[in-house]
Design a protein around this ligand. Structure first.
Ligand SMILES: *Cc1c(COP(=O)(O)O)cnc(C)c1O
Length: 463
């Protein structure tokens, strides 16, 4: 499989180079040149085979050429071995025709583990083969940083440095980053905001000398390999409810549009999905865009579902690429407008294309908390605030003839304050990490300054 940029001005790459590169040099995102179609027979088999076997069937066409079959099966097995639940992504019924897809049984209790754990294994494999070493630097407001540290801890050919805003992440999130003590993973507490961390990260990538010296790489949510790993659970869940011989719908709590875009790829691979429903909190740029055809940024409002507090939804560019008939120039133009004017009008043809497959809704803070309360009384389930946003929107879009699957993106114990406020119950951590609050922490505090940060990263990778 070859990969092309959504802005049309970058060379085509193999899967391996796409994964290692992340963002295309023309500023675009990589997408597969063509989406493979799975046979009905292959999909029917998924109803009874293991998560790992389905993962292989779904992802193999995308990685062929980079790994052998045996290698890729082994990487998948390693990636999901540390998950708590034998089915990896179990489905639970929460109402008539309403289902929750639990994506929080991985090591850091959020769906990001599905992609990050596999990426860790794939990076290590290709780097070891080349005898190369890289430094992954990431900025996080919480979930991504912990998932990355957990995925890369102890791997030989990768160092990981995660920048987070000092005293501005939750205690669970901080401890998930500071308690892994392997000497290739480093939590760096920056005296500044999340925006400062992101700015320093961007400047580091622009500092060519530094980038080459440390072999800088990124695993943020625009990396194609992350989207790819998330396609799998759309297949496992839909086929367990009768697909491909029955149509299903999905509602996805959405921020950067990576998770729901994986659902769009699943549909193009042949999975019968009628609607993909975008659920947003009060940061509703995508809901407004679908309604008005105007994609326009606002200011980020902090919410009880912080992992969806975004201003720009980066992966939406991938959908726009298809909506604009895969014309890179058209995408480059609207992205320029977004940068200079803070928004753009989506063309008639493109918005019609998007509305055909997607619906949307947004949820206020009060509605989010009320939905947590109601789900507990109706279904005896305690859900995280992101999942509550999904369930609230799912109800508005539920057609009783079509099963609705809402993605449960994090474990309630990851957001204990909001859950307790709504339900009166402080959700306990799963058994295997019940001692998280007793483990010793290791963190390096860093001034809010690029030069100082680069120096710390140079030191850390010397070990
Ligand atoms: C990252 C995240 C989301 C948003 O996912 P996107 O792929 O960015 O749309 C939703 N919920 C939780 C808990 C997350 O960590």
């Amino acid at each position: 499989m070859r990969y092309i940029s959504t802005r049309g001005q970058s060379p085509q790459l193999s899967f391996e180079d796409t994964m290692l590169t992340g963002l295309a040099p023309d500023g675009g995102l990589y997408v597969p040149e063509a989406v493979p179609l799975l046979s009905v027979g292959t999909m029917r088999r998924m109803a009874w085979q293991s998560y790992e076997d389905t993962a292989f069937d779904v992802m193999w066409p995308f990685v062929e050429g980079t790994f052998t079959e045996d290698e890729f099966r082994n990487l998948i097995a390693e990636a999901y071995d540390g998950f708590d639940h034998v089915s990896r992504a179990p489905l639970k019924q929460v109402g008539d025709g309403q289902w929750l897809l639990e994506l929080f049984h991985g090591p850091t209790l959020a769906f990001k583990d599905f992609a990050m754990q596999l990426i860790g294994q794939m990076f290590q494999h290709v780097l070891a083969k080349k005898d190369a070493r890289i430094t992954i630097v990431g900025a996080t407001s919480g979930d991504t940083g912990s998932a990355a540290i957990e995925a890369f801890r102890g791997l030989d050919n990768v160092d990981v440095c995660i920048l987070y805003p000092h005293e501005r992440v939750s205690e669970v999130q901080r401890r998930q980053m500071t308690t892994p003590l392997e000497d290739n993973v480093h939590a760096l507490a920056v005296d500044g905001t999340f925006d400062d961390c992101q700015r320093h990260l961007k400047d580091m990538f622009a500092d060519i000398a530094f980038r080459d010296e440390v072999g800088l790489a990124a695993v943020n949510s625009i990396n194609w390999a992350r989207v790819m790993a998330q396609i799998v659970y759309y297949f496992t869940s839909a086929t367990s409810l009768g697909a491909p011989d029955r149509t299903v719908n999905f509602t996805v709590p959405t921020g950067n549009f990576g998770d729901i875009y994986a659902g769009e790829i699943a549909r193009r691979m042949g999975l019968p999905v009628d609607r993909l429903v975008i659920a947003t909190n009060q940061n509703d740029i995508l809901d407004r865009a679908l309604r008005d055809g105007d994609y326009r940024t606002g200011t980020v409002l902090p919410s009880v579902s912080p992992s969806m507090d975004i201003q720009i939804s980066s992966n939406f560019e991938r959908l726009l690429f298809d909506a604009y008939d895969r014309e890179g120039q058209a995408v480059a133009r609207v992205m320029d407008d977004l940068k200079s004017d803070g928004g753009f009008q989506i063309s008639q043809g493109a918005i019609a294309f998007i509305r055909e497959g997607f619906a949307s809704g947004s949820v206020s803070e009060d509605e989010t908390l009320a939905r947590i309360t109601q789900t507990l009384s109706d279904a005896q389930e305690l859900v995280c605030p992101h999942t509550a946003v999904g369930l609230d929107v799912a109800e508005d879009h539920h057609d009783i003839r079509v099963p609705m699957i809402t993605l449960a993106t994090a474990h309630p114990a990851k957001f204990p304050d909001a859950v307790e406020k709504a339900s009166g119950i402080r959700p306990p951590l799963p058994k295997r990490m019940a001692d998280l609050y007793d483990r010793s922490e290791r963190v390096t505090q860093v001034p809010n300054d690029l030069v100082a940060l680069e120096e710390v990263i140079r030191e850390k990778r010397k070990r």
